[in-house]
Design a protein. Structure first.
Length: 615
């Protein structure tokens, strides 16, 4: 939990350096109360906060370093230094010898900063998948950084200004994609990236990118053995310190982690499940199936609308930027429940979809891709002209469906994945004011998507989508959701599925073993057949879906909270008043679940403005 912060460069005259680093460091542990260590050098201040084994600090050979996380060093000599003196001391030794190359010697989750005053050199980096986080800003005197933007804002050189393009991206993606942040002069390091400062100049570099080997074929039994051994080792290593529990949603990932946790500890695993007393949203029965199968010590909690009302302001405060993934609420409630039950660590199943092809979107896009295999003359000479020419396309359901199908299948990737986006469907011009639209680039979201999708080191559709989701789904959404929710609850979390060796295994797995036709997670499910209950293997993916829309209509305090927030947002002048009126009346009446998502996203945007004193 917690993280690192500080600065490199000459301190501004306004404020004592000791007072500034203390103010910055106080942000790190404001939610979970973890111990904090601070350093002060001639031209730097550093701080790190974290629970036992997750925070390291060192000063040696004229250099200082702070490391948050649980990294391991792949170099034996560095591993010995880390074992004896901590990861920060090993990071200094590696940096003095290899410069930014230290990053390639690290495995596992981390955020690190190394500063050498004598040479004026510094390095900041995060792990390969973005479990760790670093936000930074460049000033006239150097770099100010932190795992929390709030820590940056305690430094006198930082004057935060809202980035309106990022707020537009937030409404589109329901989060702010990196490397941008909600503030115009602040950036976030992307997964597998570092920031190197030397002789007054700075450079952002990439030290790791997933490299897919798409033509390797190995016997299934061999693959299965490697997979199970690697995953079991990951669970064992991550659960070795303190009383450990596991999130259990009843899906394949959480069920697998829960089952392995019981195996490696030799006792019933403590598992924690969240339910909703709302038809169509509750999946507790699948969690119970897994719990009975693995004989876990099952703990269950049913989230209520009152829980949501209580959690919303807290979640808005802990996120540095607007965050609209509503499943943060049940994640927080589950983590809080586990902490109150005595857990010192939680294991999450996040990452399985992105490693092994588990998202329904992958099968959908595969179906659309089949259209591109038809001969060009057939597509352009018959199918598409017919779709445009048939009368009644706007009102006759079969014709409307046919026209939409052809339209979608004809779109290139990744634009096609954006076709169902809520903001795209509503139309930005119907959501935002003319003044807002005049300040932003409407094509920004699509350009970000193309850059990530086309930059993937892959040739096949499934691997390109997986690489895309490494960034947009994992690093920008799911990992911050779980990390921040657990920090707010006061319990650390680890992700066995995101072990670096398991990521490498996935990258070398043949594409057809991830998505076989439209069969999702083909290898994963077959490899675990006999270990997981059949009901879990064959179930339809659901996740921690929050019944926000239905509860918004039935729970008055929740409705009033949303209306108050949207009323305040209306006054800011960048969301159309008539859209808010339409959203909260006819749209919610039409489909509470679908349009409730936009109500949530806009409510959390206003909550963020309020909690972070944004202008």
């Amino acid at each position: 939990m917690s993280g690192i912060c500080g600065w490199v460069g000459r301190m501004e005259p306004s404020g004592s350096a000791d007072e500034v680093i203390q103010a910055m460091a106080s942000v790190l542990s404001r939610f979970d109360g973890t111990p904090t260590s601070m350093q002060r050098g001639e031209r730097h201040g550093l701080a790190v906060a974290g629970t036992a084994g997750r925070a390291s600090s060192a000063v040696t050979h004229g250099c200082s370093a702070v490391v948050w996380g649980t990294p391991t060093f792949t170099d034996e000599a560095l591993a010995r230094i880390a074992q004896a003196s901590g990861p920060a001391a090993a990071a200094i030794a590696a940096f003095r010898d290899q410069g930014p190359g230290v990053c390639t010697r690290l495995s596992g989750p981390f955020s690190l900063a190394v500063v050498c005053d004598a040479s004026g050199e510094a390095l900041f980096a995060v792990d390969r998948l973005g479990i760790g986080n670093i936000v930074y800003a460049q000033t006239s005197e150097g770099i100010v950084f932190g795992t929390s933007a709030e820590a940056l804002h305690r430094h006198p050189a930082i004057r935060p200004q809202v980035d309106w393009q990022s707020l537009y991206h937030y409404v589109h993606f329901h989060m702010v994609p990196g490397p941008a942040t909600a503030f115009s002069d602040e950036k976030r390091l992307l997964p597998g990236h570092y920031l190197h400062m030397r002789s007054g100049s700075t450079r952002v570099g990439r030290y790791w990118q997933v490299q897919f080997a798409e033509n390797e074929e190995r016997p299934f039994v061999e693959l299965q053995e490697t997979f199970l051994t690697t995953l079991r080792d990951s669970v064992q290593r991550m659960s070795a310190h303190g009383r450990t529990g596991a999130f259990l949603s009843g899906g394949t990932d959480s069920s697998t982690v829960s089952g392995l946790l019981g195996q490696v500890t030799g006792k019933p695993a403590d598992t924690f499940s969240i339910g909703f007393a709302e038809p169509g949203y509750d999946e507790m029965e699948y969690a119970r199936i897994a719990a009975r199968h693995f004989k876990t010590a099952q703990h269950e909690y049913y989230v209520t609308p009152a829980d949501i009302v209580e959690a919303i302001p807290k979640l808005a405060e802990i996120y540095d930027q607007p965050f609209g993934n509503s499943s943060a609420v049940p994640t927080y409630c589950c983590a809080k429940f586990a902490r109150e039950s005595g857990m010192q660590l939680l294991l999450g199943g996040d990452g399985g979809d992105e490693l092994f092809g588990g998202n329904e979107r992958y099968a959908t896009q595969y179906r659309y891709s089949l259209y591109g295999r038809l001969p060009g003359p057939l597509r352009c000479g018959l199918i598409e002209p017919l779709a445009r020419a048939l009368p009644g396309g706007a009102v006759v359901p079969p014709i409307r469906w046919y026209r939409r199908l052809v339209e979608l299948a004809s779109m290139p990737m990744p634009q096609r994945m954006d076709a169902h986006n809520l903001l795209v469907r509503l139309g930005p011009q119907n959501v935002f004011t003319h003044e807002m639209l005049a300040t932003i680039d409407l094509g920004g979201p699509q350009r970000l998507m193309r850059d990530v999708y086309n930059g993937a080191q892959a040739a096949t559709l499934i691997n390109k989508m997986l690489a895309y989701d490494f960034q947009f789904t994992l690093a920008d959404s799911d990992l911050p959701k779980v990390m921040k929710s657990c920090e707010l609850a006061g319990v650390p979390v680890e992700f066995p599925m995101l072990d670096d060796r398991l990521v490498s295994f996935s990258a070398h797995l043949a594409p057809h073993l991830k998505l076989k036709g439209t069969k999702l997670r083909y290898f994963f499910k077959e490899a675990l057949r006999g270990f997981l209950p059949d009901e879990i293997i064959t179930k339809t993916k659901h996740g921690f879906g929050l019944p926000f829309g239905p509860w918004l209509r039935s729970h008055r305090p929740l409705y009033e909270l949303v209306m108050d927030s949207l009323g305040a947002l209306r006054k800011r002048g960048f969301v159309r008043s008539d859209f808010i009126d339409d959203l909260m009346s006819s749209r919610l009446q039409e489909h509470a679940g679908y349009y409730g998502t936009m109500a949530w996203v806009l409510m959390m945007l206003e909550m963020w403005f309020t909690r972070h004193s944004a202008p």
